[in-house]
Write a protein that binds this ligand. Structure first.
Ligand code: FUL
Length: 446
């Protein structure tokens, strides 16, 4: 058992997962399709392409708004479930070719990828496997058709940082369901865009399990291999292996000891929190953006809770972002910048001491030298080496002893703890359980 726990502590991210977690943890989603013009969330697939005409399309404006929130990339729905393609594809006429926009010569994927590069943002796309328009859907030929679409997107638009495979698998126009050839899709990505991360229900970047921006009490990136068949298994089976034949990505407990003991093996598959700035994924004029508090809180719990965060902003039918969303994005970016600008622990003494000679418990003392008002403690594990910390307590000195301010679980790529403006000249992180000796990355106080 102890060996197995040690092994779990050494399951490591791929270079692509590591890059996403540490360099690009916050990025934008853009849902744009005929739904934008019909008011639907799931198009039927028989929409007339002539309705898609974003006369004022402003991808530079999108990029400016995305950057103002501090996001580092953008992922657009190149095709949603309605099957309409936002690029010049050779695979179907249900696409920009049949739209009045730029007389059928428009290419939204191209316009956005160019704008992203001009603004220093990374670019990615969503290509819905579920296609309610294609007559081929539900047959083997559909997989070839889908792979041809994927190849066009992977080869004609420069570097792709993230490919988003929606797990939805409904019926097509002919009432048939499709068996998706995910292995074949993944192969194409590895061939043409080896540096891209892939979001799929079950990893390598996996769905957090809801669309409301919630993350778990404990977010583990090291999870049972049953959860991510597309990830590389890095351990031998758990001590009670075979008991766990499958897992749901919506389960509340993923990756804890009581869960991984039953696994056939372990893989590294971090979770991505996905949420829209408004109730719908597509634009609906009567909807308002979520409050700044809700968005900031989601940021703290996702980027600051060992997951990545993809935040959707739906363009309006004319191809611009709604002013209300632009304002909210800027407010969010300002709040993030203002909250994490002055690191009070910069250049200060930080001492890590094993607790009672234990390898897996330790204290981290942060001496601020003078009393400071503290809103956040931010700290990381060196996630390149794996995820280890199971639980910790944040403390401050009181009456010659220590007062507990916060009790937490996982840390991983980043943990942000809200401390509500307490005054202290010293903080202590007491790591109460870890799967192996903790290795810390940046430790900061704001
Ligand atoms: C879901 C889709 O059905 C929604 O329309 C949206 O695209 C969301 C991000 O994923 O599975």
């Amino acid at each position: 058992m102890t060996d197995f726990i040690k092994q779990a502590a050494h399951v490591k991210p791929s270079a692509n997962q590591l890059r996403l977690l540490t360099e690009t943890p916050f990025y934008a989603f853009i849902h744009f399709s005929p739904n934008t013009f019909t008011g639907l969330e799931w198009g039927t697939g028989d929409e007339d392409p002539s309705i898609f005409n974003p006369v004022n399309l402003d991808c530079d404006g999108w990029c400016r708004a995305i950057k103002s929130a501090g996001m580092k990339g953008a992922v657009i729905t190149a095709k949603h479930h309605d099957g309409f393609c936002l690029w010049q594809t050779k695979t179907t006429d249900h696409s920009m070719k049949s739209s009045p926009y730029k007389d059928g010569k428009g290419d939204i994927v191209g316009e956005l990828s160019d704008a992203c590069r001009r603004h220093g943002l990374k670019f990615g796309f969503y290509l819905s496997p579920w296609d309610r328009n294609s007559k081929l859907y539900g047959t083997d030929e559909y997989n070839d058709f889908y792979k041809a679409q994927l190849t066009e997107l992977l080869t004609n638009y420069g570097e792709i940082f993230h490919v988003w495979f929606d797990g939805a698998c409904g019926e097509g126009a002919n009432g048939k369901k499709q068996i998706y050839d995910f292995d074949g899709y993944f192969e194409l990505i590895h061939k043409y865009q080896p540096n891209a991360t892939v979001f799929n229900d079950k990893g390598p970047i996996r769905w957090c399990g809801n669309e409301s921006g919630s993350s778990r009490y404990a977010e583990w990136s090291v999870v049972p291999s049953e959860l991510c068949p597309n990830c590389e298994i890095q351990t031998s089976p758990g001590p009670f292996s075979g008991e766990l034949s499958f897992m749901y990505n919506t389960d509340g407990n993923i990756g804890s000891l009581s869960n991984i003991m039953y696994s056939k093996g372990l893989v590294f598959a971090p979770s991505e929190v996905d949420m829209s700035i408004r109730p719908g994924w597509f634009y609906h004029e009567d909807e308002e953006p979520h409050s700044l508090d809700r968005l900031f809180d989601t940021y703290l719990r996702s980027v600051g809770g060992n997951t990545t965060f993809i935040l959707n902003i739906p363009p309006k039918p004319d191809g611009t972002f709604d002013e209300r969303d632009v304002k909210r994005l800027k407010e969010l970016g300002d709040k993030i910048r203002e909250s994490f600008s002055v690191n009070l622990a910069e250049g200060k003494k930080i001492t890590v001491t094993p607790y009672c000679n234990s390898d897996t418990q330790c204290t981290v003392d942060i001496e601020l030298e003078k009393e400071e008002k503290i809103r956040f403690l931010e700290f990381c594990e060196d996630i390149a080496e794996g995820q280890r910390i199971e639980s910790f307590t944040v403390q401050m000195p009181k009456n010659g002893g220590w007062e507990n301010l916060f009790e937490g679980t996982t840390v991983g790529a980043k943990r942000i703890v809200e401390l509500g403006g307490i005054s202290a000249d010293r903080l202590r992180i007491f790591v109460t359980a870890s799967r192996d000796k903790p290795i810390f990355g940046k430790i900061a106080v704001y």
